[in-house]
Design a protein around this ligand. Sequence first.
Ligand SMILES: NC(=O)c1ccc[n+]([C@@H]2O[C@H](COP(=O)([O-])OP(=O)(O)OC[C@H]3O[C@@H](n4cnc5c(N)ncnc54)[C@H](OP(=O)(O)O)[C@@H]3O)[C@@H](O)[C@H]2O)c1
Length: 321
Amino acid sequence: MRAAVVRSFDSAPRYEWFDLPQLAGPSEVLAEVLAAGLHPRVRSQADGSHYTSGKELPIIPGIDGVGRLPDGRQVYFVAPSTPYGTLAEKAVIDLRRSVSLPEGADPVRIAAAMNPAMSSWVALRRRADFQPGQRVLVLGATGNSGQMAIQIAKLLGASQVIGAGRDPERLHALMELGADETVSLEGDPKEAADRLGEAAAEVDVVIDYLWGKPAELAMLPLLTRRSDRGRALTWIQIGSVAGPSAAVPSIALRSANFRLLGSGQGSVSTAGYVAEFPSLIDAITAGKLKVNAVAFPLSQVEEVWKAPSDPGQRIVFSPQG
Ligand SMILES: NC(=O)c1ccc[n+]([C@@H]2O[C@H](COP(=O)([O-])OP(=O)(O)OC[C@H]3O[C@@H](n4cnc5c(N)ncnc54)[C@H](OP(=O)(O)O)[C@@H]3O)[C@@H](O)[C@H]2O)c1
């Protein structure tokens, strides 16, 4: 088969011939991959930096996608944890980590949306005890996952959604996605944290894609301005585009009902993710979420990988041409 193959963590994948992956158990089948997204997680898998990455090479990157099973059914699936992922003409699908797509579902939209959308969908439904009517701040709302989080928080019944991010144009566009208010994170980081404190002190949930300094600096301004510090503020750490660590002020945990937790592979079980697939796929196919996808044939993987990508847009590869 043809696949995107990584032979060095320092280089982009190349489109090459590769042996078909082997099945490891009775729940697995070899399927045609119709569409697979180039998510940040796929890039970090390909450069060896993700926390789940092994050091084994070569690998085929790609963590999820839409496939066609031998019986013709189209499914969304998450790849088994092997070095041979979804950026290939064929991939192993563990049927326990897949779900059939409704008639007419667009493979590119599903492959683009599921990973970024799942991040907030699962966080709100499986990690935070989120209730309709609560208020949500999305930190890092201008990326793909943040844009989804704005829409998903509204879809799940948030009474107020505040989006915070840097890029002014994409920040402004969040209002069309349902944000009630936006906060700019451009400029001096302490001033940005103060702006967050003023705008978002009463939120119930923070969906945080940034971590690093912006998260560190925002915690106290948010907590100290709360009208009732006994009311829970659940901060869900999901991404770390602004830095892998943040110093959490001890006073934040002592002086307010501050609940800090994460959401991702490991803190949510595979079964927990799979159980959420159908309802999220329904929301995507019903057009309830705006998806910003651009598709390329997998044969162009190396040049597309190296080219600057349009932020806020999700690249999807179509291995069948
Ligand atoms: N745990 C999970 O389940 C899960 C699932 C999906 C994604 N994630 C993680 O969530 C993060 C975001 O993913 P994504 O899909 O939204 O990626 P993306 O589409 O590439 O967006 C990332 C955005 O982050 C912003 N950004 C980068 N550095 C920043 C900084 N220093 N300060 C403020 N903003 C910054 C940029 O927006 P501006 O141009 O406005 O600066 C960029 O558009 C990644 O770390 C990803 O791995 C986690």
